[in-house]
Design a protein around this ligand. Structure first.
Ligand SMILES: [Fe+2]
Length: 319
């Protein structure tokens, strides 16, 4: 079996540039995921983010999670739980404006460290989008512009911990889904695994690698590339031992950005077979996604197509 795609970002600007871009291209077309090494974010900063996130979990989140488990009786279930995940999370928003000062329980050091970390991730996301443009034959900056809307991209972070679980066969850490947005940058625990993606009908581990950043593509990149690039199903398995940390940052379109397949990427054949992805406002997609996150993505695209056609077929007032 082919091995999970790993990209050494140091090679992007050296003599191995072409091979490196090929690994990224293959990953975008066939895996929906790849893992970055030497991405320019320092190991010291990542270690600090990890330590502060784990401290924060112990101090502010763990007790809350235990109480939730007790109140829902999750520890004693005998049948599979299909409407909940075994995870403890909180969200940070950075763009278009930060909400970090409003999040309770974040100390000054944690806030500052996260700010520094996500600013670096934002740059990395934009650098990657340009590498995708290059691989797609699009002009530099095309994807950044496609995501821009009137106020720039939406950028946020979901900080999660997956505590040890007594019955991992009955509950998922996070149920299978594809991500709705653009590009996702994940700093995952290097000790406790659990993240898996679906490839050719099989669940494959996303290997924990120290100081790496895992990248995956969301539904919007599938739409813009008219299916050339794939948003892939993934899930997190709960584990009996160890607490898995996961810091996922989402570089997404602005809420009013209009998303549609880039015309040069729509092949004639796709057009003839009516396999062109829909055009929509990103916010409308997110409203739909909120209720159907854990269902297949294809019906979402179909639903957006249906709406698109309603809009187009509405009679235009001529008087
Ligand atoms: Fe996800």
């Amino acid at each position: 079996m082919e091995s999970f795609p790993v990209v050494n970002m140091e090679n992007v600007n050296g003599e191995k540039r072409a091979t490196t871009l090929d690994i990224i291209k293959d990953a975008c077309e066939n895996w929906g995921f790849f893992e970055l090494m030497n991405h320019g974010i320092s190991p010291e900063l990542m270690d600090k983010v990890e330590k502060l996130t784990k401290d924060h979990y112990k101090q502010c989140m763990e007790q809350r999670f235990k109480e939730l488990v007790a109140s829902k009786g999750l520890g004693e279930v005998e049948t599979e739980i299909e409407d909940m995940d075994w995870e403890s999370t909180f969200f940070l928003r950075h763009l278009p404006e930060s909400n970090m000062s409003e999040i309770p329980d974040l100390n000054e050091d944690y806030r500052k460290t996260m700010k520094e970390f996500v600013e670096k991730l934002e740059k990395l996301a934009e650098e990657l989008l340009d590498l995708l443009c290059e691989n797609l034959g699009l002009e530099k900056g095309y994807l950044k512009k496609a995501f821009y809307g009137s106020r720039g991209p939406t950028f946020g972070t979901k900080v999660s911990n997956y505590p040890p679980c007594p019955r991992p066969e009955l509950v998922k850490g996070l149920r299978a889904h594809t991500d709705a947005g653009g590009l996702i940058l994940l700093f995952q625990d290097d000790q406790v695994s659990g993240l898996q993606l679906l490839k050719d009908g099989e669940w494959i581990d996303v290997p924990p690698m120290r100081h790496s950043i895992v990248i995956n593509l969301g539904d919007q990149l599938e739409v813009i590339t008219n299916g050339k690039y794939k948003s892939v199903l993934h899930r997190v398995l709960a584990q009996t031992d160890g607490n898995r940390m996961s810091i996922a940052s989402f570089y997404n379109p602005g809420s009013d950005a209009v998303i549609y397949p880039e015309p040069a990427l729509v092949e004639k054949e796709a057009e003839e077979k009516n396999q062109v992805y829909p055009k929509f406002v990103f916010e409308d997609y997110m409203k739909l996604y909120a209720g159907v996150k854990f269902q297949a993505k294809e019906p979402r695209f179909e639903a957006m197509k249906a709406v698109e056609h309603t809009v187009i077929s509405t009679p235009i007032a001529t008087a």
